[in-house]
Design a protein around this ligand. Structure first.
Ligand code: NAP
Length: 357
């Protein structure tokens, strides 16, 4: 198969670097253009990007000269797909220009809340993909498919088996979010060393809104939100990668720890059937990995399970406050599953289903 050519926008940032990494040696895609700000334009990628990922900058990307993102509109016909990791205000303008011609996979929030846009976490809501057809009414030949906020990803994946088997009334979540979630250079070291910051601007509202949309049902007007309530507190902790969350769920029907684990096993089986043939789907691990040790998951030890594409759930136990309730801790790699590599899985599924050719 001839590889599809990709442009990465925001290629020098935390999420953009993961797109560069995720398309290295990819059997279906190759990145041939890298775009960022005026600050990086004209420099070789290896000089423009402060590489924060593990290992070296992929060899293929080192000498590509970064262009200013203002040039993507005139270059667009060179590419089959655009991978966008731009700040949201800029993404609003640039992604529209690209979507007029080509499919755009995005980590930004710019289009997440539009009625004709699915917020794609394939394992949870691949049924929302037909919404893409409605974007043609905008006069676009392509489309925009964003992933959710990185904090939403672990939450919705871990809630999906519960909502399917037991129904959900209320969710309370407290996050312990990694530094790379704030991008590069991110939080000043003197603010975060030896510290926890109990506020991340805009994050709680995004997680609450996106969770209801992703777990909702598609209808002729868009997505009808899932009929449940979500309340979050989002905090930043001194961890490089991997967002951890403590989750309390009030269910419709009684849900025991064993019941939740059985629902996870069923979910994993469905996921392997639907996505197991895709290059970015975890090879050596399930979609949800249950840790039985009483002190897991831990970001440092567990974030790379399934090459950062598995959602890790542990400390599953019944909750005493709700009459029907379950509580657990979930961990998800924020720049992999929660951003670029999660976007790649969505893109691969869109190829499999014929939406990207
Ligand atoms: N980090 C995560 O874990 C994560 C997870 C999910 C979603 N996201 C979303 O992904 C997007 C990128 O986040 P990030 O964390 O990767 O941010 P980041 O590290 O700050 O990177 C931002 C990127 O955008 C470029 N950029 C900034 N201003 C620009 C301008 N005026 N014109 C052109 N390019 C510009 C930067 O280029 P220069 O280097 O040249 O300045 C850089 O490549 C955001 O929308 C974010 O909300 C991030």
């Amino acid at each position: 198969m001839k590889k599809l050519k990709c442009a990465v926008l925001g290629a020098t940032g935390a999420a953009g670097q993961q797109f560069v990494e995720a398309t290295k040696d990819h059997p279906w895609f190759e990145t041939t253009g890298l775009y960022a700000s005026e600050r990086s334009a004209g420099k070789k990628y290896c000089d423009a990007a402060s590489w924060i990922e593990e290992g070296e900058i992929p060899e293929y990307a080192r000498d590509i000269v970064v262009k200013n993102v203002t040039e993507i509109e005139k270059d667009i016909q060179q590419y089959d797909v655009v991978l966008s990791a731009l700040p949201s205000d800029l993404a609003k303008i640039v992604e529209e220009k690209c979507a007029k011609e080509k499919p755009v996979i995005s980590t930004a929030s710019a289009y997440r809340y539009d009625a004709d846009v699915p917020v794609l976490v394939p394992e949870v809501n691949y049924g929302h993909i037909p919404l893409i057809e409605q974007q043609k009414k905008r006069g676009w030949k392509g489309f925009v498919v964003p992933g959710p906020n990185c904090t939403t990803v672990g939450l919705v994946v871990s809630l999906k088996p519960i909502i399917d088997e037991f129904g959900i009334k209320n969710v309370f979540m407290t996050s312990l979010q990694a530094l790379s979630g704030a991008g590069y250079p991110g939080v000043p070291s003197l603010d975060i060393l030896d510290n926890v910051i109990p506020f991340i601007g805009g994050e709680e509202g995004k997680v609450e809104k996106e969770t209801l949309k992703i777990l909702g049902k598609i209808n002729s007007e868009g997505v009808e939100n899932a009929p449940l309530k979500v309340s979050c507190t989002c905090t930043r902790v001194h961890v490089k990668d991997g967002h951890m969350e403590t989750v309390f769920v009030e269910t419709e029907k009684p849900c025991s720890a064993e019941g939740y684990k059985a629902a996870i096993a069923k979910f994993n089986e469905k996921c392997r059937k639907e996505f197991g043939d895709l290059p970015s789907y975890p090879k050596d691990a399930e979609a949800i990995v249950v840790k039985e040790e009483e002190n897991r998951p831990q970001p440092k030890r567990d974030r790379s399970i399934g090459d950062g594409m598995s959602t890790i759930v542990g400390r599953i136990r019944s909750d005493q406050i709700f009459s029907n309730g379950i509580k657990y801790v979930v961990l998800s790699h924020n720049t992999k599953k929660g951003a670029a590599k999660g976007g790649m899985l969505g893109l691969e599924y869109l190829v499999k289903k014929g939406y990207v050719k």
